[in-house]
Design a protein around this ligand. Structure first.
Ligand code: PNS
Length: 162
């Protein structure tokens, strides 16, 4: 059984993440979307909110599970008997950091492979931080996040002081 893990902060999940989840789910028996609990960045959405938003957008994908993790990704991978890390690459600027992570993870856990998937061109400009920035200022996020979670994101920022 080929188990792949797609890790991230998902603060919040975007159409770019969803595109990778769809495509990666076709490459493995089980895809675990792993939501990082303790990011050095302070997330806007709580862990429960981030998990719940992803659950809603992947509900039609039977081989996708959502879990959270803290600590090292490779320890989570070992626990789940997963051997492939899925990462999305949007631009050359993502590459250097991702290469470093892939090499460090390989050093810590030699059985692991990091599989880079090129983000679809229409989402190459998209990031959770840009979604947060636009939503915070009342901009239109229709093209950036799945329809079924849009209202939750808009509401979250209405409830927050700017
Ligand atoms: O969505 P993000 O914030 O870019 O995701 C980053 C993530 C969660 C993939 C990365 O920070 C991570 O793997 N964190 C877990 C801690 C870890 O294993 N760090 C060592 C990597 S060498």
């Amino acid at each position: 059984m080929k188990i792949c893990v797609y890790p991230g902060s998902f603060d919040p999940v975007t159409n770019g993440h969803l595109d990778i989840i769809h495509r990666a789910s076709r490459l493995c028996d089980k895809l675990i979307v792993a939501v990082l609990v303790n990011s050095s960045k302070t997330p806007v959405f709580t862990l429960d909110e981030r998990v719940e938003l992803i659950k809603r957008v992947v509900k039609d994908l039977p081989n996708v599970e959502i879990e959270s993790f803290s600590g090292l990704l490779i320890d989570f991978m070992r626990r789940k008997k997963a051997t492939v890390i899925i990462k999305g690459l949007r631009a050359v600027s993502d590459f250097e950091y991702e290469l470093q992570m892939a090499l460090l993870n390989k050093t810590l856990y030699p059985a692991v492979e990091t599989l880079f998937m090129m983000t679809s061109i229409s989402y190459s400009y998209l990031s959770s931080s840009s979604v947060r920035e636009i939503a915070k200022h009342g901009g239109n996020i229709d093209e950036l996040v799945p329809e079924c979670i849009k209202e939750d994101i808009v509401k979250k920022f209405k409830a927050q002081p700017v």
